[in-house]
Design a protein around this ligand. Structure first.
Ligand code: F6R
Length: 238
């Protein structure tokens, strides 16, 4: 547990920096949303001070179904704006499922295979939904799931609506890495801050391993770290 969101981001950034420094051609799994923004800012600052990404390969967790890469609310646009445009990564080494692919199922298979082709992810950075989702693996998901198209839970659609002008524009479906895709990473680091994540965090760490809280499947991973601020950890404290 860390005192503040800033310390969560600093620690997450330090772990990724150490990995890139020791393994310059490492494979990173990345998330979007509000949670990793400060971590990405930190990585950009470290790049300005010499950290190189030119051999790093990245895979993102998810993308909205139906959104083209240049849609301002797409996760392609988010990654460009918050990280890729500011570092020296080769864009052909960045992988995000395409929400505008002609055949979304085929796209999911291609994405999953592309992770296998590089030998898997070394370090997957995650956030958590207030309903316990990781990526867009919503409550009820299968622990053996791989990348696929899913329907978003009503609370996820509501949470995501803050980024869209009109309620009817909020995507109802997404392409998402599965629980098994995430668990196949060598190391997983989940970040959470704020009291609205406390219940999901407590269920994920101290509750039963159950599809009711998809993040609880992380308990089965041998190298998974939760970086939490005091508010997100509040229901775990004695
Ligand atoms: C994003 C993702 C989601 C978010 C989660 C938390 O790629 O996979 O699972 O991590 O919805 O979102 P924020 O960080 O906006 O609270």
């Amino acid at each position: 547990m860390l005192a503040s969101p800033a310390q969560v981001a600093e620690t997450a950034c330090g772990m990724i920096t150490d990995l890139i420094t020791s393994v310059p051609d490492c494979v990173l799994g990345l998330a979007t949303g509000s949670t990793p923004l400060d971590t990405y800012r930190g990585l950009v600052q470290r790049h300005q001070h010499g950290l190189r990404f030119d051999e790093v390969e990245t895979f993102n967790l998810d993308e909205y179904a139906g959104l083209a890469s240049d849609h301002p609310q797409s996760y392609h646009a988010y990654m460009a704006e918050n990280l890729f445009d500011h570092i020296d990564i080769d864009r052909s080494d960045t992988h995000i499922p395409r929400g505008d692919a002609d055949d979304l199922d085929e796209e999911c298979l291609r994405f999953e295979q592309s992770i296998r082709d590089v030998g898997g992810v070394d370090h997957w950075l995650l956030g958590i939904g207030s309903n316990g989702h990781v990526a867009f693996n919503e409550p009820g998901c299968d622990p053996d799931s791989t990348t696929r198209v899913v329907d978003l839970a009503p609370e996820t659609i509501t949470a995501n609506s803050r980024f869209f002008d009109r309620a009817e524009d909020v995507p109802r479906r997404a392409l998402t890495a599965g629980i098994s895709t995430i668990l196949s990473a060598d190391r997983i680091v989940l970040l959470a801050y704020g009291a609205n994540k406390a219940e999901a965090v407590a269920e994920a760490i101290a509750g039963p391993v159950s599809p009711d809280c998809p993040a609880s499947f992380l308990q089965t991973h041998p190298d998974c770290t939760f970086l939490l601020d005091t508010a997100a950890a509040s229901l775990l404290l004695p």
